[in-house]
Ligand binder design. Structure first.
Ligand code: CAA
Length: 387
């Protein structure tokens, strides 16, 4: 057995890509991270760093105007970006969340037009599923659409929409008949400038600062019939298949946050001395760091497994996506909390990024389906596997 050939690791070009972007982010984004967190404003300059370095096209097919690499490359990109700023990572995350419905069910033209514009840095997208009374129970959404001759008219309110106000185009899920529940839902492309579209005030969140979250309000928004994505009534399946693709990306975000916290805690424990020796020389601290490293590594393996399942069109992607998202986010919460502990009083202060990592980790257990919903999905997939 020749070890190098059989090593269980990412392709060499992805590790090279990682080291290039790690250096870039350390130089251009990390120095801005604390300020972005403090100001909680969308950092257009940092988005431009991503665009200018051709990173907004990572993970999209080359024939659609992207730079290729698939979901695994996109995951490595998001992991490294989240290691320095989870809020910044949401800009590419939600644009992808907007494109995946087009990859799943859109026309070639819809998909290519949107993908190439994102890759060129000319378009940002968002995904508008959640509503005030439809969070975990996404099938209960109440935003209505009415079909005209050549148009659809939309009315309703979407809540907690990541990127709202900044994004140019929104994938909006609406129902033609709530009595049909999930079977009545369709997906539409809605523009920020379409008459009748407005945005609620900025939400004040615990973390992921620099990524705007607002309501998207639709009041008699009339759109052309070609803004429908896929078949009428097929919107719920599109929404769910999109989440199968994007939950592993949230897992990658969680891994990046956790890795950032681990790197910080390790460096601190190796530098700070108390009782005449380095913190790292106390078994209580070194074992804590060992446990943190195990959690990061386990989460990373599950995340790459799920991202690769997306690329391979694996029929068990739903299962792997929810497993990865759940484990990676729970581990990120644990690791970041322990990082604050390792830094002690300094960990609790904004002067160090430990508490930011901890605040940012929390949302990964909540959005793109709470971890209770992930367990429900996993349990249903287990039942299905019985046949
Ligand atoms: N792929 C394809 N089709 C799917 C599917 C999947 N993964 N999952 C379900 N479906 C289909 C089902 O097969 C079913 O079709 P049939 O009626 O033809 O059999 C239909 O969809 C309805 O499915 P369910 O009966 O399972 O639906 P449900 O009402 O029980 O809900 C749920 C299932 C998993 C709980 C779902 O509502 C869910 O995922 N909820 C969480 C919502 C969520 O994740 N929101 C995140 C918002 S986005 C976000 O957070 C982004 C951000 O800010 C960054």
């Amino acid at each position: 057995m020749s070890a190098p050939d059989r090593a269980y690791e990412l392709p060499a070009e992805l590790e090279e890509f990682r080291s290039v972007i790690r250096a870039l982010f350390a130089d251009k984004i990390e120095p801005r991270a604390a300020e972005i967190d403090a100001m909680d404003e969308w950092p257009e300059d940092v988005y431009r760093v991503l665009v200018d370095n051709d990173l907004m096209g990572v993970g999209y097919p080359e024939e659609d105007g992207g730079s290729g690499g698939g979901q695994l490359a996109f995951g490595v990109f998001i992991e490294e970006l989240s290691r320095v700023s989870a809020g910044v990572a949401l800009t590419p995350i939600v644009s992808k969340l907007g494109v995946v419905p087009l990859m799943v069910a859109g026309t070639d033209e819809q998909r290519r037009t949107h993908t190439s514009a994102i890759a060129r840095g000319e378009l940002l997208m968002s995904y508008a599923l959640t509503e005030p009374d439809a969070g975990s129970d996404a099938g209960a959404l109440a935003t209505r659409y009415v079909r005209g001759d050549e148009t659809f008219t939309l009315n309703g309110t979407k809540r907690f929409i990541t990127g709202a106000g900044v994004s140019h185009t929104y994938v909006v899920f609406a129902t033609g008949d709530p009595a049909l529940r999930t079977k009545g839902i369709s997906a539409f492309l809605v523009g920020r400038d379409d008459p009748g579209v407005s945005f609620g005030p900025a939400e004040h969140k615990m973390g992921i600062h620099g990524s705007p979250t607002r309501e998207v309000v639709l009041q008699d928004v009339v759109i052309a019939a070609d803004r429908l994505i896929g078949a009428e009534g097929g919107g719920f399946a599109i929404a769910m298949r999109t989440l199968d693709y994007s939950r592993p990306v949230i897992a990658a975000q969680a891994v990046g946050i956790a890795q950032g916290a681990l790197d910080l805690a390790l460096a601190y424990a190796n530098e700070r001395s108390q009782f005449g020796k380095k913190l790292m020389e106390f078994e209580g601290v070194s074992f804590l760091l060992a446990d943190m490293a195990m959690k990061v590594e386990a989460a990373r393996m599950l995340t790459y497994r799920a991202l690769a399942a997306c690329d391979a069109g694996d029929p068990r992607t739903t299962f792997h996506a929810s497993v990865a998202k759940c484990v990676a986010s729970d581990n990120a919460m644990a690791v970041t909390t322990d990082a604050v502990q390792v830094l002690g009083g300094n960990g609790y202060m904004r002067e160090y990024p430990a508490e930011r990592y901890m605040r940012d980790a929390k949302i990964t257990q909540i959005y793109e389906g709470t971890n209770q919903i992930q367990r429900l999905v996993i349990a249903r997939e287990l039942l299905k596997s019985l046949g």
